[in-house]
Design a binder for this molecule. Sequence first.
Ligand code: AHM
Ligand code: MG
Length: 336
Amino acid sequence: MMEFKTLGQFIIEKQEEFPFAKGELSRLLRDIGIAAKVVNREVNKAGLAEILGPYGQFNVQGEEQQKLDVLADKEFISALKRGGECCYIASEEHEEGLDLSSEGKYIVCIDPLDGSSNIDVNISIGTIFSIYRRKSSSGRVSEEDVLQQGVHQVAAGYVLYGSSTMLVYTTGHGVNGFTLDPSIGEFCLSHPMMRIPENGNTYSINQGNFINFPPAIKEYVKMCQEENLESGRPYSLRYIGSLVADLHRTILKGGIFMYPESVRHRKGKLRLMYECNPMAFILEQAGGRASTGKERILEIQPDELHQRTPLVIGSSAMVLVVEKLYADIGKIAQST
Ligand code: AHM
Ligand code: MG
């Protein structure tokens, strides 16, 4: 029988790689792993358990909450509270962050169940999380503790509830992926040191918004569709509409994912603190690149919890092409 390393064993082995290694971050990651298993159980039986459909409430973005969103949010929050390592949680589902007034040193930003429009139709959804160490040493968590640039993340990860369930995370020493083995109820190391190919042949974008895209993105999308045998174009379009699923594919196969600013979404749609920053950290650690088209995602100074940002992310060679289009079009605009 093949021997697999479980998430728990792996976290303990790698503990000395963590900054401030005292076991707290290990415990925090372990707690997230446990909550992910509970959410996975609920996601798997969603069709049977009367937890599909709207919850009848709206979240801070004005979107209708799903029962599973609410359930996942509760599960992650109670796991983090129980663990005691976390002092503050920012969740997509709560307008204000939750101050746990614990002695914990860590701040967690989380989207407990992303891709909510896919819940009811049995398509992959995910959890995305980002972990910071608080800057102040005690007392109430301050705004500077919470609104840190993505470069200061100490860990980030996602859980993909797909045809199999995976947990993928980084602590800044590469990216490792674990697949849930339902027969033993453990995440087992299945994708050690994940690397994204430098180039790819798929692009991923909600092309229904084309008419409202900025010129650089319109130009790039047209380029993706042109024939060019040397660079393997036209590229294939792949878009699930679930960030975790779209980016998991992008890491494994190479490609580019874009959610740009548009007339409809002036600052983009995706949230910096619990969607873009964690994904940017993971992609960079896997050898990819993440920007707004104009600046590196991880260097954006956030000024509010639920801030949105445009996102261009994936294989570095492809992201660089988009960044160049933004720069070139910017120069032309300035000179006219
Ligand atoms: P959500 O947080 O409400 O689930 O929205 C985020 C999701 C992402 O998973 C996905 O990349 C994007 O929204 C898809 O948006 P659209 O339906 O506009 O293409
Ligand atoms: Mg989301």
